[in-house]
Design a protein around this ligand. Structure first.
Ligand code: TYM
Length: 324
């Protein structure tokens, strides 16, 4: 079974990306042939500072390893270092109906958020994502719920290409957690926790005092009881989901544990749990930040392995499309 997924190097990793995506990657690397990459080309669809960007990319690699990706068990690489991604993106563009791209939720949201710089890259973003996936003939793509629409387009393009030019691509399936595929903002539990709004995020590498402060001030709901109810108690339900997945306890177990307790006790217990569980990640990140050469070697090894697979697919694609 071959697995692939990616993350943008836009700021530090938050608990949403960790739970929704990276925690799945950690499990999958134990059994599957896994490729995980840093989507630097996707990140350029919104303004980035070229001076800081290489540091951001490296930080993302450091954070992925600190959070538990094992370079001996999976391939980690940088998207832009495998040129086949952009080549396949162009070719897939010729099969992609413009209307499909215009109705993508992420495109609509981002073009509202970055009104002054709506570029064609934002629109074509999902085609590059399809190229990322189809290049590697993968079976599954472990992602959070926000990537569902992009994965649907990927499947559509794979099928369309196969129909037009003959079987070329594996048609991949998204892999999403039943609970945890959409962790919500700590400040507005009706909205997804998102790096584009850092003030709403709990970052994986936040210092203990910050974790405590953020959890204690997380928005909760009216009433007093610790009960999972997405409609009536979105704030507490979100915190219960985080507690359950980080603490590996079922939600009903937690409801029982906090039956006669108030929001304050519950939040304090969650903050203590997060501080304890995230401490090893924080330590590992510190250690890796002083081992830049080691991290760069991992990425170089990853590039070579990824490119080997990508080149084979591109050779086939070029031939099928009648390119020299
Ligand atoms: P990105 O960098 O926004 O997020 C990385 C992964 O984290 C998941 N995620 C979440 N899961 C649960 N709750 C949240 N609040 C939350 N926020 C983020 C995302 O769903 C994602 O799985 N377009 C992708 C990167 C990408 C990619 C790919 C992924 C580029 N090419 C090919 C898979 C395959 C993105 O922006 O992820």
């Amino acid at each position: 079974m071959r697995i692939l997924s990616g993350i943008q190097p836009t700021g530090s990793m938050h608990i949403g990306s960790y739970i929704g995506a990276v925690s799945q990657w950690k499990k999958l690397q134990e059994t599957g042939e896994c490729l995980f990459f840093i989507a630097d080309l996707h990140a350029l669809t919104v303004p980035q500072d070229p001076k800081n960007f290489p540091g951001q990319v490296l930080q993302t690699a450091v954070e992925l390893i600190a959070a538990g990706l094992d370079p001996e068990k999976c391939i980690i690489f940088i998207q832009s270092e495998v040129k086949e991604h952009t080549e396949l993106c162009w070719l897939l563009n010729t099969l992609t109906p413009l209307g499909e791209l215009e109705r993508m939720t992420q495109y609509k949201d981002k073009s509202k958020q970055f009104k002054d710089s709506i570029n064609a890259g934002l629109l074509n973003y999902p085609v590059l994502q399809a190229a990322d996936i189809l290049l590697y003939q993968v079976d599954s793509v472990p992602v959070g719920e926000d990537q569902k629409q992009h994965l649907e387009l990927t499947k559509t393009l794979a099928k369309k290409f196969n129909q037009k030019y003959g079987k070329t691509f594996n048609v991949p399936e998204p892999l999403m957690l039943e609970t945890g595929a959409k962790i919500m903002s700590l400040q507005n539990p009706k909205k997804k926790m998102s790096k584009s709004q850092p003030e709403t995020c709990l970052f994986l590498f936040d210092e203990p005092e910050i974790i405590k402060k953020k959890i204690m001030s997380a928005v909760t709901d009216t009433g007093k009881s610790i009960k999972y109810n997405l409609e009536k108690k979105p704030g507490i339900s979100n915190l219960l989901t985080i507690y359950s997945l980080v603490g590996q306890k079922s939600i009903s177990e937690l409801e029982k544990k906090f039956k006669n307790k108030g929001y304050g006790d519950f939040k304090k217990s969650l903050a203590d749990l997060l501080i304890l569980k995230l401490e090893p990640f924080r330590q590992k990140k510190k250690e890796l930040l002083s081992r830049e050469v080691y991290v760069k070697e991992i990425l170089e090894r990853g590039r070579k392995k990824a490119q080997f697979i990508a080149q084979a697919t591109m050779q086939d694609v070029r031939k099928k499309m009648g390119l020299a």
